[in-house]
Write a protein that binds this ligand. Structure first.
Ligand code: FAD
Length: 399
């Protein structure tokens, strides 16, 4: 038997949950008399088991594209208030990000990025190799042209943010159906009419008929599967999934726990210290082929160690305790996808690559405004799912 609802959200990751939270909250504030029925469908056993579970929790203002800087500006106050508002700890820590480069092209990009940041009133500065050496003696600076530092950049716990949104969603009456995979999207006269889904926890079920949920609005927040769900609605979106490998290392006194997140923009190598001093390293796999494969590729270890030691020589003695992978969805211009598609009532919010966690508060808020017909806090045109036939301004500060 088909059921009816107002809004279906596909995927209970940090973006789907933020979107549901903002929709329910704004609707309750603006139209308390007409409660929206919102259902999130999640194929896994638990919410938050997708990319969000692998995220390292970085939050930065340092982007080359102003739309990404604006998304951080909108999200940042949400992180600052999160524990008080959502009643869930997120261990927000302001440690800064430090980008460094030895290459002329990337160094010029860092200089241009500083101009953008200044125009948007973000406190940040260029550092000489000498200044970097004095402040962070573990960084090899002899070949560097310089670095870019923003003290506002930070970390927070992705699990806490995801769980905080989940609990508030439940309080606001959002239904989260786990073990429920969307297998089809129904479109009639170029408008959304419903979704087809099936339970994933009953593989031997004799029923072959998928369940139908009628709805005029579907929001695709399926993370690395975003393009596959869009295809179910007849759309080809150029978002591709890429595997990222993370190397977890035991604490080392020479790389202290209070360092900024260091990024070598030339190789993509990054080092991120957790609050207990455990080091998360990675970022040297920018050039891999797209795919949803999550098996660790040990063949990349030698190259990775070389790039790591070339920037932080002390890592020669690092003890790798674990290697894990996660998937990020990326577009050709490195910007996320946010907005209504050519199919009326079908919205997409995802493909934010390595920024989906830090921008989740803004993405959820803007998507909620678009669905409810309210003015969003930012013109999302540069993120439109329909932008790909036109020239776009690419994001350059990716790693
Ligand atoms: C190693 C790594 C490090 C990262 N570090 C950072 C960082 O420091 N800062 C940052 O901002 N971002 C970071 N990211 C990116 C960030 O994790 C993602 O952008 C973000 O988690 C995306 O959230 P999401 O809700 O779109 O996707 P997900 O968390 O993947 O959620 C999508 C959900 O959709 C579900 N789904 C898919 N298909 C279906 C279907 N057919 N039916 C029902 N459900 C479906 C999935 O099971 C999943 O739960 C990192 C990513 C990786 C891999």
């Amino acid at each position: 038997m088909a059921i009816q609802t107002d809004i279906i959200i596909i995927g209970a990751g940090v973006i789907g949950l933020s979107t549901a939270y903002h929709l329910a909250r704004q609707n309750n504030t603006l139209r308390a008399h007409s409660k929206l029925r919102i259902i999130i469908l999640e194929k896994e056993k638990f919410h938050g088991a997708g990319s969000t579970a692998q995220c390292t929790g970085g939050i930065r203002h340092q982007f080359s594209n102003p739309v990404n800087i604006q998304l951080t500006k909108i999200s940042y106050p949400h992180f600052l208030r999160f524990t008080a508002d959502m009643k869930y700890p997120i261990y927000f820590r302001r440690r800064g990000y430090l980008f460094v480069s030895a290459g002329h092209t990337q160094w010029q990009e860092l200089q241009k990025m500083q101009e953008q940041l200044k125009q948007l009133d973000i406190p940040s500065q260029l550092l000489t190799p000498e200044q970097i050496h004095t402040a962070y003696p573990f960084v090899l600076t002899s070949d560097l042209l310089g670095g870019s530092y923003c003290p506002l950049d930070a970390y927070a716990d992705p699990y806490g943010v995801m769980e905080g949104y989940y609990r508030q969603c439940r309080k606001l009456g959002v239904q989260v159906l786990c073990n429920t995979e969307v297998t089809g999207i129904k479109v009639k006269n170029n408008r959304i009419s419903g979704v087809l889904c099936r339970p994933t926890n009953r593989p031997n079920s004799t029923s072959t008929e998928p369940d139908m949920i009628n709805t005029p609005v579907v929001i695709n927040t399926a993370g690395p599967h975003l393009h596959l769900l869009a295809r179910m609605a007849g759309l080809e979106l150029p978002a591709s999934p890429y595997r990222r490998q993370v190397y977890v290392c035991a604490p080392m006194p020479s790389v202290p726990a209070n360092i900024p997140l260091l990024v070598d923009l030339d190789t993509g190598f990054y080092v991120h210290a957790e609050k207990n001093g455990v080091l998360l390293l990675g970022g040297t796999d920018r050039n891999i082929a797209p795919g949803l494969e999550t098996v660790v590729d040990r063949g990349r270890l030698t190259d990775f160690i070389e790039m790591a030691i070339n920037r932080v020589p002390a890592l020669e003695d690092a003890q790798i305790t674990r290697i894990y992978t996660g998937i990020r969805s990326l577009t050709p211009d490195g910007l996320g996808i946010l907005g209504e598609t050519e199919v009326s009532g079908f919205y997409c919010a995802g493909a934010f690559g390595g920024n989906g966690f830090m921008h989740a508060p803004a993405i959820g808020l803007i998507t909620a405004c678009l669905v409810l017909g309210e003015q969003p806090p930012l013109d999302p045109a540069p993120l439109s799912p329909n932008r790909f036939n036109n020239a776009t301004i690419a994001e350059k500060a990716l790693f």
